[in-house]
Design a protein around this ligand. Structure first.
Ligand code: C2E
Ligand code: CA
Ligand code: CA
Ligand code: CA
Length: 265
């Protein structure tokens, strides 16, 4: 058994070293990405039942000269664990506020939703961080929406509620993202000042063929109505899905059918 163990260790070591090395490389590259201007913010439209664009979600992109286009799903967790996310999120928020101003100056009062990270939300000075950027930009705060996911909420809910309340007072809106994927979505809905529910795309993907998914989508929309919340369906890719969601009285829609995330010019 001992020899076996040693063999295993020997066998796995080079791979582990490689993984570790890659992680360290990524971390170093991520640290420099802001300065090297390798990040870009893409914007994905949200539409209403008439297909009119009512706003956008800001989604970060990292184009590395060597690694290529790195998905946020892979670098956001690394940015969270290293703390780099604080600077990254502030940068995205500033970019989003600039876009709100730009759209306003073109006569388009469209809202932009920005994803909040766990690390950012947990900061004592979260309210100051956000309000400083919002005030400095001069935007109408009601055009800014912050997206929170259940997975980033912890035991300190009372504290989180106070932070969200403070920013709500300024006029900023909040949406509960990836709704339905966690264990306590309803609990958070009860405790936090939310304005919008975003139905997770995992429910939307097959809701026209899977009865359970259809029932879930229908129920989430009905519940959102009952709670006076706006509801957004994510991951809408087909016309039939759009029409069925309209029939269920969903308010807003986001997905490749209306546009992929892209630079806003
Ligand atoms: P999310 O907030 O749930 O964002 C929605 C994701 O679904 C985006 O992936 C978007 O490109 C994708 N999507 C939109 N429509 C469709 C569709 O019709 N079909 C399919 N299959 N996918 C669709 P993306 O841009 O790769 O972002 C992944 C996640 O990374 C986001 O999930 C969010 O959690 C995180 N993220 C992205 N940008 C930021 C950011 O600036 N800050 C923070 N903290 N997190 C971010
Ligand atoms: Ca989101
Ligand atoms: Ca989502
Ligand atoms: Ca997500």
């Amino acid at each position: 058994a001992k020899e076996n163990g040693r063999n295993q260790l020997f066998f796995f070591e080079p791979q582990m070293q490689q993984t570790l090395k890659r992680r360290q490389q990524m971390e170093l590259a991520l640290k420099q990405a802001l300065v090297k201007q390798e990040f870009q913010v893409f914007y994905q439209p949200k539409v209403n039942t008439f297909g009119t664009i009512i706003g956008y979600e800001a989604l970060i992109r990292w184009q590395h000269p060597e690694f290529g286009l790195v998905s946020p799903d892979s670098f956001i967790p690394l940015a969270e664990s290293t703390g780099l996310i604080i600077d990254i999120d502030s940068w995205v928020l500033e970019n989003a506020c600039q876009q709100i101003n730009k759209l306003s100056s073109q006569g388009q009062a469209l809202s932009i939703a920005v994803n909040v990270s766990q690390r950012q939300l947990a900061r004592k000075d979260f309210v100051e961080l956000v309000s400083n950027i919002v005030v400095a930009s001069g935007i109408d705060p009601t055009l800014l929406e912050l997206e929170i996911t259940e997975s980033m909420l912890n035991d300190d809910l009372e504290n989180t509620r106070k932070k969200l309340d403070a920013l709500s007072q300024l006029g900023i809106l909040f949406s509960l993202d990836d709704f339905g994927t966690g264990y306590s979505s309803l609990y958070y809905l009860q405790k936090l000042p939310m304005n919008v529910l975003k139905i997770d795309q995992s429910f939307v993907r097959a809701f026209l063929t899977q009865e359970t998914d259809y029932a879930i989508v229908k129920t989430i929309i009905a519940m959102a109505k009952a709670l006076s919340l706006k509801v957004v369906a994510e991951g809408v890719e087909q016309q039939e899905q759009y029409e069925a969601l309209i029939a269920l009285e969903c308010d807003f829609f986001q997905g490749y059918l209306f546009g992929k995330p892209a630079p806003l010019v």
